[in-house]
Ligand binder design. Structure first.
Ligand SMILES: NC(=O)c1ccc[n+]([C@@H]2O[C@H](COP(=O)([O-])OP(=O)(O)OC[C@H]3O[C@@H](n4cnc5c(N)ncnc54)[C@H](OP(=O)(O)O)[C@@H]3O)[C@@H](O)[C@H]2O)c1
Length: 253
């Protein structure tokens, strides 16, 4: 039986050109979803829309946005919400991975890192939450990171932003529980995307965007609250969080 376009899942992806988001979008396209792709490059979004249509998406819309302009976020959220007259899933996937030494030395870069990894996604969540709350259904899924689980000298500006986002999602989940809206906090470990292209890769701790996307789709379906992806990061981070301070200070993590 074919799914009527009007019954297909409505998915909005904020930061749709991200490596992880691209793989997630492909999975939903294959399920016949209707997608709104939001990002700052119309050219890349249009190319992605064509790819997703070929893969089976019922309908794909694109919407240009610079998530660094926080004043635009209410309009961006509402416009994505209205594309298909509501959403079943909103995925927030944008972010930047700053160089820790650079952000320690450069105020403007620290400002941008905190803006794009915490302030902007938290404000966008707040806007989307009002729509989800009113519709009493759906999923707000946000990619944070295992880096948010403990402050470490090698990346604590990014880590603090992601940790702040984790707390924000925890509170939002508490608020939206009563109306049955799922708030999913996605915490990937090392994933091979353009964000990490400058790092030495390979080995058991690295995952592909497709592996992570499969976990995300499953977690949405199972209405999970927090997803560590791949799964072993839950245990790795439990270990990292529990190393006593005096010992932790002597590591170079
Ligand atoms: N890769 C990893 O190892 C890893 C691990 C843990 C968590 N994460 C998180 O996973 C999420 C996705 O990352 P990824 O690995 O898929 O990285 P990616 O491929 O580099 O994607 C980053 C995305 O953010 C967008 N973006 C950045 N600044 C923007 C702005 N001002 N306005 C609009 N879009 C902006 C980029 O748009 P453009 O394409 O236009 O540049 C791109 O779509 C991020 O939140 C990241 O922090 C990644």
């Amino acid at each position: 039986m074919t799914v009527q376009a009007s019954q297909a899942m409505r998915v909005a992806i904020f930061g749709a050109t991200s490596g992880i988001a691209t793989s997630v979008a492909r999975r939903y396209a294959e399920l016949g979803a209707r997608l709104v792709l939001i990002g700052r490059s119309r050219e890349s979004l249009t190319a992605a829309a064509m790819d997703l249509t070929v893969r089976g998406a019922a309908e794909v819309e694109v919407q240009e946005a610079d998530f660094g302009n926080t004043g635009d976020l209410p309009r961006i959220a509402t416009s994505a919400w209205l594309r298909f007259d509501g959403l079943d899933l909103a995925l927030i996937a944008y972010g930047t991975l700053p160089d820790q030494q650079e952000v320690e030395a450069n105020f403007a870069k620290a400002d941008q890192a905190l803006l794009l990894n915490f302030v902007s996604p938290a404000l966008l969540c707040g806007e989307l939450a009002r729509h989800f709350e009113a519709s009493k259904a759906g999923t707000l899924a946000v990619i944070s990171s295992v880096a948010g689980d403990r402050g470490r000298k090698s990346n604590f500006v990014y880590g603090a932003a992601k940790g702040g986002l984790q707390r924000y999602l925890e509170g939002l989940r508490h608020r939206l529980f009563a109306v049955g809206v799922q708030v999913l906090d996605i915490r990937p470990g090392f994933v091979s995307t353009k964000m990490t292209a400058h790092l030495p890769q390979g080995g058991p701790l690295w995952a592909s965007p497709d592996q992570v996307a499969a976990d995300i789709v499953r977690a949405v379906e199972k209405r999970k609250e927090v997803l560590y992806t791949p799964w072993f990061w839950r245990w790795v981070m439990m270990g990292v969080r529990n190393v006593p301070g005096p010992l932790f200070h002597r590591t170079s993590l």
